[in-house]
Structures are given as structure tokens and as C-alpha cells.
Design a protein around this ligand. Structure first.
Ligand SMILES: [Zn+2]
Length: 158
């Protein structure tokens, strides 16, 4: 079996009055991500990890934030396109592990829905998709609720 691992990281600034999309789910929140797309930091980290595992470059190369095509785009479409690209190279997803770092809001109640959305797009089962959340103990820009970080690692099979 030909296995290939990749890692991805993404950051977005938080501002009042914007939508907060995480893992394909709209989360009730005072603040949302500033972004060219819908700012779904988790899906962006997952895309980046998938590109990394397939050695196909990075998210910014495939979906440039200067392109009007991607303005305000639903990141589920970006994840689907990423999956189609790696699938075209003969890869499928074995598993994904990911972590979202944010202070607020609490997102534990949305994680099952995220796993279901992500696994549906990636033609696998929720058991293969792990989404975790942590605060940074009020430290740094995440602790000050100025921004949000997501990290993902992906294992692909060829
Ligand atoms: Zn992003």
C-alpha cells in the first residue's frame, strides 16, 4: 500500500459582524473570519494538508486570493475541488486529524456536523475524520480573540 502524509495550517483574523464558518458549518458567533473566501480556516488547513500529502503545492497556488472566481466562495467547494484533484492523481483519504485553536465560541456541539460534512465531501466515513478544538489559555492573538488557527494532518492512500 502506498501511503502519503501531509500537514496544513491556516490563520484568519476575526472581526465583529462577519459569519463564522468552521468545517463547513455556520457557527453562531459575535465575530467571523476576514477572508477572500468564506474564511473557513479548518477546511483551508485540510485542503493544504491534502495538497501537501500529494505534493501538489498549496492552497494559495490552486485558489489564489487575488482571483474573483474565489471571492466569497463556499470553502466546501474548495475542499471538493481539492479532493477531485488528488483523486485524479489516484489518491483517496485514509484519515484526517485536525485541531482548531480559538477562544470563543465553544464549538464542541458542532464537531459531529463538521465531521459529517467533511467525510461526505471526501467520500469516506465520519470515523475517519477527527476534529478537535482547544483554546490557547488566553495567550496570544487567539487568546485575545483577534484570530483563529487550524491545523490538519492527512493520510492519503494511492
Ligand atoms: Zn484560509
Amino acid at each position: 500500500m502506498n501511503l502519503s502524509t501531509g500537514q496544513g495550517i491556516d490563520f484568519h483574523r476575526l472581526e465583529k459582524g462577519l459569519d463564522l464558518w468552521l468545517g463547513g458549518i455556520l457557527i453562531p458567533s459575535e465575530k467571523g473570519c476576514v477572508a477572500h473566501s468564506d474564511g473557513d480556516v479548518l477546511l483551508h488547513a485540510i485542503c493544504d494538508a491534502m495538497f501537501g500529502a500529494a505534493a501538489l503545492g498549496d492552497l494559495g497556488q490552486h485558489f489564489p486570493d487575488t482571483s474573483n472566481e474565489f471571492k466569497g466562495i463556499d470553502s466546501k467547494i474548495l475542499l471538493k475541488r481539492t479532493y477531485e484533484l488528488i483523486k485524479g492523481k489516484g489518491f483517496s483519504v485514509v484519515n484526517i486529524d485536525s485541531t482548531i485553536c480559538l477562544e470563543k465560541p465553544k464549538i464542541a456541539g458542532y464537531i459531529e456536523d463538521m465531521r459529517s460534512v467533511i467525510s461526505g465531501i471526501l467520500e469516506t466515513v465520519p470515523e475517519n475524520i477527527s476534529v478537535k478544538a482547544t483554546t490557547t489559555e488566553k495567550l496570544g492573538f487567539t487568546g485575545r480573540e483577534e484570530g483563529i488557527i487550524a491545523l490538519a494532518s492527512v493520510l492519503l492512500r494511492k
